[in-house]
Design a protein. Sequence first.
Length: 376
Amino acid sequence: MGTPILGDVSAARARISTFYNRATWIEGRAEEQLEHVAGWPGMVAVAGFPDLHPGRYGPVGAAFLADRIWPQLVGPDIGCGMALFRLELPRRRLKLDKAARRLAVLERGANPDHANAALDAAGLTGRIGPDGLGTIGGGNHFCEVQVVNEILAAKSHCLRKDDLCLLVHSGSRGRGAGIFQGLDDSWKHGFASGSDAAMRYLSMHDAATAWARVNRALIAEIAAEALGTQARLICDTVHNHVAMQANSWLHRKGAASPDGGLVPLAGSRETPSFLITVSNAVPEALGSVSHGAGRKYDRASMHGRIRKTRSDLAALTRTRFGGRVICGDRDLLLEEAGQAYKDPNLVLKDLTAFGLANPVARLHPLVTFKTTGGAK
């Protein structure tokens, strides 16, 4: 089940609302986890989205409202999220191979003085360190140059067709994991609202979340400078965090919190991403929406689904859109292949059918940067 909860669950079960139709592919174990968490003590409401898939401590692609704080429903990567930026660079000036080489600067991260200044501006000096600022991290994190393929809304004030964008997916770079691992065993049963344990956790959680936002901004700044342009923020949406809502605690795990009503819906290297507007008309969705396509196959199984010949691995560095993938870690290249993810078009179809979102723009990947593989 992926849950560390000890003992029996509560007799009272939370209301479960799911926002996908019967034809949507959802792994059975993810729905089992959703049902299980709905029985945790103090759970009020649970929402599952079409990118739902199993996680270690509970399902990913879901939101949970409870009378207490459950750190495991946020998970180790506190503050993880996605930020979309518009680049002040014409499409005709972007040379993919040159851009791929220049983005290698992301491996180094931010200049120490710049990192410290960014922390100071965010009010984080003395609360959390600058090490790692401006770096992406592993797993499913990335920095991707995208092009607006089509405007899907009647009006779009933030994007136009053929605009270049950066989509940055990153979190707190090990700080969230350190916070999570440093908690005593009481977290397994939730922290009572207002308790010393809850206050200590929230203080560290909030610092890590703010650090992750600074990190995404610095990644975009470094990438834009490498490409000879500037990046303008469109939205920054967190999908691993907890926040107070109406005297309860709203937990999001792989469920996006809209920024100004906007959310980037990430696809994969082989599928488009979308910018969507999010409606507040469905209270059962807990003010949340899918953050991306969601995994279809776990990391381990991907090693048996793709051959590891030199030609097959080389093929993974090119996309059907003619784009480039920079990933010098062979395992990561396999585990994050496009086949590992669901179709974002179908995720978006469910979100619109349930009245949760409407598309603004479709974006195609051009250069996906993960790592040069120079260091683990």
